[in-house]
Design a protein around this ligand. Structure first.
Ligand code: FES
Length: 496
């Protein structure tokens, strides 16, 4: 195990952890901070301030606690337990660390209690001995009493919240990445790399198998533990400076790591991977095909959400938008339309079957999410333009930073219809900040765009992502530019 120091004050919470506690997306907390409602201390929030802004937080009703209770009750949950709960050694170290913080907090509390008691005694003496001072002392003593009682009452509520923080810390370690300051959680025995990808971060890596050294990062504070074998050897100097392989280690305690991330398409090299067909779904009465590929663990395609890749199988090849997000681990998804009748779609509809090998080369394209933008998101998809939009929506959901995500999908029956309408409805049901509207694509987009504009008020307060056939992206782009949307707020992608 590797241990480097840097403990934080227990009552201060990172935004990610605070968001989990009160059950809102991180973007909602950021908005409250921006509006001046929630104070921050070096990017963290106080538990007591959090309770003031979210007084309706039901302390007994927390998704993580519920999950834990469910696991305890379920006699059949052994496999799930093994996947979700950290291993005993990791758990024991986290308990020890929490124990240390508990003793520190207790010592502080009793120290302040002693000071208050001593002060009270001094005032009592003043009261007994003093003329004019007597009145002042009596009122000060009363004030001191009131203050102490108020502090104790407030502490009780905060303590209950902090007890939940302890459970969260046992279940998952928090990781902060420098210099981007992005945050994510490591659950169960996940490697730090897998957890980061799952949370939508684009950390640098290569083999994800302990061979190439590309996922090397410096642990600034916290403790990691090797959970997967690696052949790559770190030098003694690197080890002394705290370097570790993110693909082979898990987080035992909360971590701060220095790691490189891809922020733009040129940060990621062109790769070729051989993936196996995992599943083929025929949708909209065989008008559409949803192709799901599984990549080998040691050779995954690195890409940014919204990018494309070239598929090659049965002598046919074609560049297609990737419909899954990098957070979807080893899975890649593509949407093919029968009426496109390209050599690749004809092969896929006619001959491709489960377990076949498909060569994937990529990534390509720059239709990616502007993650640093604080604006809420509007996605406009036309027909199979839904594929790259789906990738971006899933990525935005994984990042949990968008205040609202609005999806409008224009489709016609002839063009395959809203072939994953149920998925969009499931997103709407699961997330309060996601809104979906299915619209008909009749070639006349002006009226629909006008009504979308009317429902959003000031359009300039949103970022827009538009993907679909040429007439759709051109009409939408023109409409948005005419309504004052700047080039930084508008990203378009032509999909045939
Ligand atoms: S990604 Fe290759 S060693 Fe970690």
């Amino acid at each position: 195990m590797q241990w480097l120091h840097g403990a934080s004050m227990p009552e201060l919470l990172t935004l990610s952890r605070a968001a989990r506690l009160v059950g809102v997306p991180r973007g909602t907390l950021q908005k409250r901070i921006k509006d001046g409602e929630l104070p921050t201390f070096e990017g963290m929030v106080k538990a007591s301030d959090l309770l003031k802004v979210f007084p309706k937080t039901r302390l007994e009703d927390n998704a993580v606690l519920e999950r834990l209770a469910h696991l305890r009750e379920s006699a059949y949950a052994r496999r799930i337990r093994e996947r979700i709960l950290p291993d005993p050694e990791v758990l024991a170290t986290r308990v020890l660390e929490l124990g240390r913080e508990l003793s520190w907090t207790r010592a502080q509390f009793s120290h302040y209690r002693n000071i208050l008691d001593a002060l009270e005694m001094r005032f009592g003496e003043l009261e007994r001995t003093g003329g004019g001072v007597q009145v002042a002392a009596a009122s000060l003593k009363k004030w001191l009493h009131d203050q102490r009682d108020a502090v104790i009452a407030e502490k009780e509520v905060t303590a209950r919240l902090m007890a939940q923080v302890c459970v969260l810390r046992l279940m998952a370690a928090h990781v902060q990445v420098l210099p981007s300051n992005r945050e994510f959680f490591v659950e169960g025995n996940d490697t730090i790399l897998d957890a980061a990808l799952h949370a939508g971060l684009s950390l640098d890596y290569g083999c994800s198998n302990g061979n190439c050294g590309l996922c090397k990062a410096r642990v600034v504070s916290g403790q990691v533990k090797k959970v997967r074998h690696h052949d790559y050897t770190l030098s003694e100097a690197e080890k002394a400076r705290g370097y570790t392989l993110l693909c082979s280690n898990t987080a035992v305690t909360d971590l701060v790591v220095e790691a490189s991330e891809a922020g733009k398409p040129t940060d990621i090299p062109l790769q070729t991977v051989s993936a196996r067909v995992q599943r083929i779904d025929r949708l909209s009465g065989n008008a559409m095909l949803r192709l799901q590929l599984l990549m080998p663990r040691s050779n995954r395609l690195r890409f940014l959400a919204g990018q494309s890749a070239t598929l090659e199988v049965g002598g046919a090849s074609e560049e297609l938008p990737i419909a899954s997000c990098p957070c979807d681990e080893r899975h890649l998804e593509f949407h093919l339309r029968a009426s496109d009748a390209t050599p690749l779609t004809e092969y896929a509809f006619g001959q491709l079957k489960t377990n076949d090998l498909v060569m994937v080369e990529g990534p390509s394209g720059d239709f990616i999410l502007r993650e640093e933008s604080p604006r809420p998101l509007v996605f406009l998809a036309g027909g199979t333009g839904f594929a790259p939009i789906k990738s971006l929506v899933e990525h935005a959901m994984a990042l949990e930073v968008a205040e609202t995500i609005n999806l409008y999908w224009f489709a016609s029956e002839a063009g395959g219809g809203h072939y994953l309408r149920n998925l969009c409805r499931a997103w709407s049901d699961a997330l309060d900040n996601f809104h979906f509207t299915a619209l008909a694509a009749d070639g006349n987009y002006a009226a629909a765009l006008q009504s979308i504009a009317a429902s959003h008020g000031r359009l300039v307060e949103f970022d827009f992502y538009v993907a679909g056939p040429a007439d759709f992206t051109e009409a939408s782009g023109r409409f948005l530019r005419e309504h004052g949307i700047s080039p930084e707020q508008l990203n378009t992608q032509m999909v045939a």
